[in-house]
Design a protein around this ligand. Structure first.
Ligand code: FES
Ligand SMILES: [Fe+2]
Length: 368
């Protein structure tokens, strides 16, 4: 059994950050196998609204139909394989039409029109629907799974399913989004998020609000890791002022009002729950040394409608902290790429990275 402690654990070998072979192995074992966070259901609130989600060679249309259901389809025409949609978001009037020979699909994927194909005796429209992708909605978040045989979402996410009910997350809407493109391997972003050992040196403002030793973990092994941090200011939040920008979310009370909660959700989501807002980082792996990070600030729909709503102190706080984290992640990538790099020892304060690495290696190579 692996030890729960970081004791004796070391950082990963260089190849995991630079090798194309590892990258391709990750594609198959992780990104084409696990449930991936796409975005918020509120981004496709209206009938016909869609967003594209892209992973390596795959492009997926995630849409809402006129009955209100969410579907995910491969963005591949069943005639000659042409990409159907190129805009990253939009609204389909009633159907999806291919721009090449005008084959037309209903929003549920059914092929409804195929001009002149009635001249082909063996052709039957029912045999050529858009290929579906497994999709799930949890707490207002949409996930897809590209596996041919996906593990049911409820099973895969069992440790988290009811864990965040108190925040009433489906009520939240995106108040602000920032997208970052950084020259670092995607795992460095997870590893950086998984410890606060770096907080005193790198994040003086954050460390004043939540001194680095104020943390503990309630998920310590497996694909979901993390836990709360106690804030110094009672009833405060992680903002430029240290005060909340909105009323507490959902049914939060008691100690929840004095804590921020940080979780890594393997393999592409960081979830940070504050008393008054939630931050999501979607981690898009683009190359061994390139990662895009889509960061959303989510607030309660009613709080956002208030005339004096001002999320700026929260946005500024995390944008500043993000930039500090991306800066060291880039420097880590540079140093790890050097021939002088050898794995270094983790501190006890980095036990969650050691746990994250164990899970990663287990998924990638089937070992502890
Ligand atoms: S490739 Fe789409 S209709 Fe021909
Ligand atoms: Fe950080």
């Amino acid at each position: 059994m692996p030890s729960r402690s970081a004791f004796d654990a070391k950082t990963l070998q260089r190849r995991y950050y630079v090798d194309q072979d590892v990258y391709e192995q990750e594609t198959e074992r992780i990104f084409f196998d696990r449930w991936l966070f796409v975005g918020r259901a509120s981004q496709i609130a209206d009938p016909g609204a869609y967003m594209l989600f892209e992973v390596e060679s795959e492009s997926i249309i995630v849409l809402r139909d006129h009955e209100g259901s969410i579907h995910a389809h491969h963005n591949v025409c069943r005639h000659r394989g042409t990409r159907l949609v190129t805009e990253s978001t939009g609204t389909f009037p009633k159907s999806i039409q291919c721009g090449y020979h005008a084959w037309t699909y209903a929003l549920n994927g059914e092929l409804t029109g195929a001009p002149f194909m009635d001249e082909v005796e063996s052709f039957c429209k029912a045999n050529y629907p858009l290929l579906p992708v497994a999709v799930a909605e949890w707490e207002g978040c949409i996930f897809v799974n590209l596996s041919d045989d996906p593990k049911p979402f409820e099973e895969a996410f069992a440790p988290l399913i009811d864990k965040f009910n108190r925040w009433d997350l489906p009520r939240l809407r995106i108040a602000h989004r920032l997208v970052y493109d950084i020259a670092a391997n995607w795992k460095l972003v997870f590893q950086n998020y998984s410890e606060c050992y770096h907080c005193p040196a790198l994040h003086p403002a954050l460390n004043r609000l939540t001194p680095f030793r104020n943390a503990w973990n309630d998920l310590e092994e497996g694909p979901f890791l993390g836990g709360p941090m106690q804030m110094e200011i009672e009833g405060g939040s992680m903002t430029m002022t240290g005060q909340r920008c909105a009323a507490p979310l959902g049914g939060l009370e008691g100690e929840d009002l004095n804590r921020v909660q940080y979780y890594t959700i393997f393999p592409n989501l960081l979830l940070s729950l504050h008393p008054d807002y939630v931050l999501t980082h979607r981690i898009d792996r683009l190359a061994t040394d390139r990662t895009r990070i889509v960061c959303d600030w989510l607030f309660d729909i009613d709080a956002m409608a208030a005339p004096d709503f001002d999320p700026q102190p929260a946005i500024e706080f995390w944008n500043m902290t993000n930039e500090q984290d991306w800066m060291v992640s880039k420097l880590s990538q540079q140093g790890i790429t050097s021939r002088a790099y050898t794995p270094g020892p983790y501190a006890e304060l980095e036990s969650m990275i050691a746990a994250w690495d164990r899970e990663y290696l287990q998924v990638l190579e089937g070992r502890d």
